[in-house]
Ligand binder design. Structure first.
Ligand code: UD1
Ligand code: CA
Length: 458
């Protein structure tokens, strides 16, 4: 349960120059989800309210995250992480929260447990507490300084670090995740200066200022805390994504999901795969997809926001989005299901079949080379190879309704809006422009005539 008297501030206004992308960095994705979503999910499971400081590409961030946009704070000019928090501070103060968690928007591997730990430390009396980790090479990260007793004394950013002044580099770095006692830090926050090499207002200077002001400042050192460090480059993004993937795969295996080629199975953080489901890599199971017990997903599939019922089969090379495959149904290989595709119980949808806003009733079949758009197909109906629902007249989309127990011959064009009644049979090669009543045979094609050839030499 989130703590009501706690507010989180996500710093997400930066551009992310090292990504070489037009997208703001926090919109880069891992396993199909933006960095910002990971951070916001972790933050919102601890804090009662989450503010996001945005600046670069604010419109793109708003469009991608309407659920967070109500609590955006815009930092017009990015003058540093300390400045970002200053910009958010009025809202923090107005919220009345006793504690403020600050997380960098570029730390997608942060977990709720990490943040919870900091909050617990703050409630235990720390005015400022933050997570650190030790690296073999501190690189571009902020160095944590400690005094002779091991008490934290400050953070010095990489650009400003000088062993002659700050002592030998210990490799202990700031992960960028803080918990602040709102009332205690306010004065220090507004006395930050930009007197450093980058000319920025650094949130990290709060630590030294806090110590000088006699606040209780603690740095919690984390073994293996590399995961908490920000993602700044495509390489770091790829590495973070791979670690996250590994974590999820491990969890699935522990739960009892059958995985083949586990190194190439990608399952997004919001996807749910039931124990006893069987998945073969390479494949990507993304968004809110759920895969039920006993369901199988073959190699080379991408499923996004789909529901695969228990015991359903998705064979190799399928691409599916916002689709449902019911109990006992079989899809693929090479099936494309677009939003609103619904493959009913025991139904069959085969190779090179595309469905969009279309349903196949119980036991219905569309086995080969077909487009079903804005259509309903009744139970037990057979859709022949090469059937096309012509749903678009250049301006509007129209519906096709095919009753149960019907048979649509191969290479039929159904020009919507059109209905085919239950048990009707449509002859192969027909172009159906008028409704077909129940139980009839409809033939709508040129009649064949066999004409003697006139040839000079037979
Ligand atoms: C920051 C820390 C560093 C720490 C590292 C951990 C500072 C000064 N440095 O460095 O000590 O080791 O994270 O990953 O805090 N942002 C804003 N507004 C700004 C500037 C930045 O919102 O004006 C946001 C960025 O979008 C980003 C986050 O703050 O999400 C961190 O900024 P970034 O530039 O990545 O900081 P680092 O140099 O990585
Ligand atoms: Ca960073």
């Amino acid at each position: 349960m989130p703590h009501e008297n706690t507010i989180a501030v996500i710093l997400a206004a930066g551009k992310g120059t090292r990504m070489h992308s037009d997208k703001p960095k926090v919109l880069q994705t891992l396993l199909g989800e933006t960095m910002l979503r990971y951070v916001a999910d972790a933050a919102s499971s601890v804090a009662g309210r989450v503010l996001t400081v945005v600046g670069h590409g604010v419109d793109m961030v708003r469009a991608a995250h309407p659920e967070l946009a109500g609590d955006f704070v815009v930092q017009e000019e990015q003058k540093g992480t300390g400045h970002a928090l200053q910009v958010a501070w009025e809202t923090v103060r107005e919220s009345g929260a006793s504690h403020c968690i600050v997380v960098n928007g570029d730390a997608p591997l942060v977990t709720a447990a990490d943040i919870e730990e900091l909050l617990a430390d703050a409630r235990d009396g720390a005015d400022i507490t933050f997570l650190t980790t030790v690296l073999p090479d501190a690189g571009a990260f902020g160095r944590v300084l400690r005094d002779a007793d091991g008490q934290v004394a400050g953070i010095v950013e990489a650009k400003d670090f000088d062993p002659a002044i700050h002592g030998q580099d210990t490799g202990e770095v700031n992960t960028g995740i803080f918990c602040l006692s709102a009332a205690s830090v306010e004065e220090a926050l507004f006395s930050l200066t930009s007197a450093n090499r980058a000319g920025e207002y650094y949130i990290t200077d709060l630590v030294g200022l806090g110590v000088q002001a006699g606040l209780t400042v603690r740095a919690l050192r984390r073994e293996g805390g590399q995961d908490l460090l920000g993602v700044n480059s495509p390489l770091e993004l790829a590495n973070a994504e791979e670690r996250l993937r590994g974590r999820i795969v491990e969890r699935l295996l522990a739960d009892g999901v059958l995985l083949h080629q586990q190194g190439q199975v990608v399952v997004g953080p919001r996807a749910a795969v039931a124990p006893g489901a069987e998945i073969t890599g390479p494949c990507r199971i993304l968004g809110t997809t759920s895969v039920g017990r006993g369901a199988r997903v073959g190699a080379f599939c991408q499923l996004e926001d789909c529901i695969i019922d228990p015991g359903a089969t998705v064979r190799e090379f399928c691409h599916m989005q916002e689709a449902h495959v019911a109990v006992g149904a079989v899809a693929g290989p090479y099936t494309r299901l677009r939003p609103g595709a619904d493959v009913g119980e025991d139904a069959r949808v085969g190779n090179f079949v595309e469905m969009k806003k279309a349903s196949l009733g119980k036991g219905a079949k569309a086995s080969h080379l077909t487009y079903l758009g804005d259509a309903t197909v009744g139970a037990g109906t057979n859709i022949g190879a090469g059937t096309i629902t012509c749903n678009y007249d250049g301006k509007n989309k129209h519906k096709t309704d095919i009753g149960p127990g019907a048979f649509i011959g191969s290479n039929t064009a159904l020009v919507a809006p059109v209905n085919v009644g239950a048990g009707a049979l449509v002859a192969a090669g027909s172009v159906i422009t008028k409704d077909v009543p129940e139980g009839v045979l409809a033939v709508a094609r040129g009649r064949q005539s066999n004409i003697e050839r006139r040839r000079k030499n037979p």
